[in-house]
Design a protein around this ligand. Structure first.
Ligand SMILES: O=C(CO)[C@@H](O)[C@@H](O)COP(=O)(O)O
Length: 232
């Protein structure tokens, strides 16, 4: 019998297929989910399934309480992190977690990614934030939920759709968007910004961030007048 979540599972599956295509993960690292806000469920990659073997029917449908609504495989080990973000960050339609090389390097160094150039400023008007390193006490609780809480801490005073990405200190990046497709786009942009910043810092450890005036110029050129949300 045709699943009533077929279209949602297809959207989530298609977004997951972009991860290896964009070089954002190898083997089974990472995962993408797509939300159906009206139904209060999301489809997510099953845990431990290699991308090249992943089928639409393997996608697991989970509600925002964490209950499996449809699926025979175990949902991603990061499912509870996705739940924390869907429940608390407004406007998200898709979430991506990868271990993309350069963004993971910055996350392991527990360093935000500074805006060194206009490529970065075209996409977001601030440094890519990095969470605080999780305490052993928090790790001892529910690691995946605590990872989500660490991200929420970073976004107390940020608009998640203005800055659709974050580095989880000691772990790796998460990105999101209004759709799963946009979330993957933001994950790919994040990896490119991380790589450029790494090279910039290697060429010139004293590399300076762009001025807020130049950041504003580029951000508004791409997102429209008065779209800038950084320093006034
Ligand atoms: O971040 C991690 C592990 O550190 C996970 O995202 C990654 O291994 C993918 O796990 P899943 O296959 O989604 O359970």
């Amino acid at each position: 019998m045709e699943s009533k979540y077929r279209e949602l599972k297809e959207r989530a599956w298609a977004a997951n297929m972009e991860i290896p295509r964009r070089g954002l993960a190898i083997y089974t690292f990472g995962n993408v989910s797509a939300l159906d806000a009206k139904a209060g469920v999301f489809a997510i990659k099953p845990s431990g399934v290699a991308y090249e073997k992943l089928q639409v029917d393997d996608m697991v449908v989970v509600d925002l309480e964490g209950r499996i609504v449809e699926g025979t495989l175990r949902p991603s080990s990061d499912t509870r992190t996705h739940i924390v973000l869907y429940r608390n960050l407004k406007g998200l339609g898709g979430i991506v977690h990868t271990h993309s090389t350069y963004a993971t390097g910055w996350a392991q160094a527990c360093m935000p990614i500074p805006i060194y150039g206009t490529t970065h400023a075209d996409h977001l008007a601030e440094d890519v934030p990095c969470t605080a390193l999780m305490t052993d006490e928090a790790v001892g609780r529910d690691y995946e939920t605590e990872t989500g809480n660490q991200i929420l801490e970073c976004f107390r005073n940020r608009n998640p759709l203005h800055t659709p990405m974050v580095l989880v200190a000691g772990h790796a990046p998460f990105a999101w968007g209004e759709t799963a497709e946009k979330a993957v786009y933001n994950a790919a942009v994040l990896e490119e910004l991380a790589k450029m910043a790494f090279i910039t810092r290697g060429l010139s450890p004293e590399a300076a961030r762009l001025s807020d005036r130049l950041i504003r110029k580029h951000f508004e050129r791409k997102h429209g007048q008065n779209a800038y949300y950084g320093q006034k």
